[in-house]
Design a protein around this ligand. Sequence first.
Ligand SMILES: [Zn+2]
Length: 249
Amino acid sequence: MFGQLFSTRSSVRRRLASGDQLEVATHIGVVRVDVRISPRARRLALRIHPSDDTPEVVVPTRAARAQVEDFLTANAGWLAERLAAQPPKVAFAPGSVIPFRGNPTTLEHASLTGSGVRREGDRILVAGDAGLFDRKIRRWLAAEALGTIAPERDRFAASLDRVAGRIRITDPKSRWGSCSADGTMTFSWRLILAPPAVLTYVVAHECAHLIELNHSVRFWRVVDRLCPSSLGERDWLKRNGAKLLRYGV
Ligand SMILES: [Zn+2]
């Protein structure tokens, strides 16, 4: 009975809406794709966010459902390849190895006194309630990120003769840092997983926005002044940034 209900043309063929999911048959199995209707989109686009294994199809408002389905079928091979190439997810759990300041570091639950988190060489030890392991690691990494970023940010801002604003440490999905017109800066705590030179480059980049709130040639000249030879760090982020989004998810 239910099969019949769902196979009626009116229920299956209704217009797509944001939040819908479509299923695509690929050679690695059936893949679910989130639908997002975008009035600004000019054409269909398929993307897989590094932190998320559910792909998204962006659909212009006027696109017909059949058009979207054809598009997904035509791109099924690409979709399967990209999903298979996603870096592995690493949980914040005892035994996991995460990069800390770029160095492989093992997470351990340890019977330390108290409930704190402590780093000893290439190990991060977490005491107390095992149920809070993930949350404690996350909070500790964010504190380490802030403790590293804040002094570097202040140093760069001072060298540019600018007053530094607030710093927020968050977990944005698609950027490592940002700088608003009032000088408030936001950074991803995941930068503490990257090699120190990469973190420094991102801080220099955001501080250069205190002078130029754009990505003009003049902006990049300021970045070069603060952080000479940042090409290597930018390249590192391009090649490895997606991996950083796979920890603790
Ligand atoms: Zn920028």
